[in-house]
Design a protein around this ligand. Structure first.
Ligand SMILES: [Fe+2]
Length: 430
């Protein structure tokens, strides 16, 4: 049962996280564009408020909280590369705008029918409020990816505890039986591209029981994987040449070994941690080198949620209980992935570890609509991105809030993207 109090608390939580991430940074740092791939952080701050004004105030009957800002903070009108040059609100102005919108949001929330049988589809079961809170959490993850790109001197120290140690050694791979399973979600917070639930019939396949580790990927690097065109697609090899790739982003040689830079700190590369900051082309090349392939999106979801004993699709890999810190590394509890085998209580029915949390996982699938898809509430969330240009990532990262990290959530990006918190696991036909 969705209550207005729950929805208000979800919105308060996403805002508190956003503010906490930006808090240690000075205004000139927030104002600057640090990388062509990322917005100035200050743009994100007012953008999430503007999106909230659009969907939780105006779409429910209200007037714009502040006129004249829509063009400035529309992600489609303002590609990331131009956002630094815009007459953005300053820090105090952006905060005040966010607070003003929130007051209006709460007023309209009080009057909204958020019951499961609300005649208003937008507010039914709290959909649009969940969508806006998720949007803010998705941008919070983007903030962390942008902050990770700051020069070392500006390294950003976030409060964080180390992740739990490894407790078990998963097997190399597990067999997922063939046959039909139900794919997609009916969760009240599920976004349009996760719907509708539909049956998918797959032949049996083997899939890695855990994400590919730094140690495994290091072997690929050291055995010349980046120098051997036969492991790469044509487009991938072209990109590897143009960009001069030799290892995952943030890796560097350290004497005879490897180190990695993370949030301004250089540390020895931990072999037993899932690899992150690889693009799709690198994941695909590794898989071919290992005589394997990336799993399709449907295979990934079946390995995460299908229970062969009952034939049912679970809500989470471990069952129907909401995630806790026993199950998965979600919600920015830690500032990076946990070692392989750190969450034995989060294993899926077929035996896959760390399917949600830790790192996003590239799949073999490009981003396509499910059969019977209808966009809701706007085409620019999913519909305009469908097609061969984007590859799907599944399974969320350590930086993903649990409200976004459900195993049916579909993320997508260009195959060259490496600044996101993404790794992968591999599969093969049975
Ligand atoms: Fe956005």
């Amino acid at each position: 049962m969705t209550t207005t109090e729950d929805l208000a608390a979800a919105l308060e939580g996403s805002r508190a996280r956003f503010v906490a991430i930006l808090e240690p940074l000075d205004e000139p740092v927030l104002r600057r564009q640090h990388d062509v791939l990322m917005s100035p952080l200050l743009w994100d701050l007012a953008h999430v408020a503007n999106y909230e004004d659009l969907w939780l105030v105006r779409a429910l009957g209200g007037e714009p909280t502040r006129a004249g800002l829509d063009d400035l903070y529309d992600a489609f009108q303002q590609p990331r590369g131009v956002r630094e040059a815009l007459p953005l609100l300053d820090l105090a102005g952006a905060r005040a705008y966010g607070d003003a919108v929130r007051l209006e949001t709460l007023r309209w929330l009080d009057a909204a029918d958020v019951s499961p049988d609300s005649p208003t589809r937008l507010t039914r079961d709290g959909f649009v409020h969940r969508m806006v809170a998720q949007h803010e959490h998705q941008h919070a993850e983007t903030l962390l990816a942008a902050i990770q790109l700051l020069p070392e001197a500006e390294g950003h120290v976030l409060l964080s505890s180390p992740p739990p140690p490894s407790q078990v050694t998963p097997p190399d791979e597990v067999l997922v039986p063939g046959g039909p399973f139900r794919m997609g979600s009916v969760d009240p917070g599920a976004l349009d591209n996760e719907r509708p639930v539909h049956e998918v019939d797959l032949p049996p396949f083997w899939i890695d029981a855990a994400p590919v580790s730094n140690g495994q990927f290091r072997t690929f690097v050291e055995e010349g994987g980046y120098d051997e065109p036969r492991w790469w697609t044509n487009a991938g090899w072209k990109w590897r040449q143009e960009a001069g790739l030799v290892a995952p982003q943030f890796w560097r040689r350290d004497g005879r070994g490897w180190a990695r830079l993370r949030f301004g700190v250089v540390e020895a590369l931990p072999d037993n941690e899932p690899v992150q900051h690889v693009g799709w082309y690198e994941a695909d090349a590794y898989a071919r080198w290992a005589s394997r392939r990336l799993p399709t999106e449907a295979e990934w979801e079946k390995a995460a949620l299908y229970d062969p004993d009952t034939g049912a699709t679970r809500r989470w890999p471990w069952g129907d209980d909401d995630p806790t810190d026993r199950h998965a590394n979600l919600g920015q509890r830690h500032l990076g992935p946990a070692p392989i085998g750190a969450y034995p209580d989060g294993v899926s029915a077929v035996g896959c570890h760390q399917m949600v949390g830790d790192t996003w996982e590239w799949t073999a699938s490009d981003f396509r609509a499910y059969p019977g898809f209808e966009w809701f509430p706007y085409a620019e969330y999913s519909d305009v991105f469908y097609g061969p240009d984007y590859m799907v990532l599944r399974g969320s990262s350590w930086a993903t809030d649990p409200s976004v990290g459900r195993a049916t959530f579909r993320n997508w990006d260009f195959p060259i993207r490496r600044q996101i918190f993404a790794g992968f696991r591999t599969a093969r036909d049975a």
